[in-house]
Design a protein around this ligand. Sequence first.
Ligand SMILES: [Zn+2]
Ligand SMILES: [Zn+2]
Length: 296
Amino acid sequence: MEITFLGTSAMVPTKNRNHSAVLLRYKGENILFDCGEGTQRQFKIAGIKPTKITKILISHWHGDHCLGLPGLIQTLEKEGYSKTLEIYGPVGTKKRIKSLLGVFDSAKTIEIKIMDIKKRKFFENKDFLLEALPLKHGVRNLGYCFTEKDRRRINLNYVKKLGLSKGPLLGKLQQGKAVKLNGKTVSLDKSTYIVKGQKISYVTDTRPCRNALVIAEGSDLLIAEGCYLHELYERAKEVMHMTAREAALLAKQSSSKKLILTHFSQRYKKTDVLEKDAKKVFKNTLAAKDFMKVKV
Ligand SMILES: [Zn+2]
Ligand SMILES: [Zn+2]
């Protein structure tokens, strides 16, 4: 699993930071969390083809999280995007995208499936699960998490000792099914083991709240906004954002393993001060930079 930070700025971009966008690559999926203005150019600089995108998850409809959509869609049309582009977002997303795409002349050559998220678990396949819950930002805003499913693997040493090498039988074991060898049932506990799936959560533009905690719970990686230093706590409360230290507290309370801060206010030229502030509460913290890649 690979995460690429394509934009780490809050409402106003800076010389070194573009608006919000995070790409998660997993097997054949390329899931884009938010699509701030200029995101398609960030793809170019990162050397990733935007036609690889499979799903776009919009947290909310403030411009810094969605204004990159029209340009990106126009480019996908031009590049002959052949998949069905899935766009998810809070209730109202369908209506907003339709009016957004109605503003300019579009070839309308690509298929777009837009979904307003109305329930927590909104996507599931054999490999992973996507969930969303409303946060506290004064407008409809969703926190997201991606949870990889646990996988059963074969304990090769054990099955070798048993002399079990037939593909179909190993396949059955991997599916957790009972297998008999010379009339005896092969122990599933000994012949296989479980690899725990990873969890990535994305919590931005919110005050700390119960749903943020639920979304972040037990994350291997929590991506959260660290918009301000704690000295601007009152400001953060007023505009319904989190300080870096509050993001750290969220990481700690949710028993997350790692925290990466993003969505930084333009007032901070360098973000190491925010990282330092958060580390007082949660050590395993990193401040994201545009184009930073992280393997999970
Ligand atoms: Zn924002
Ligand atoms: Zn916002």
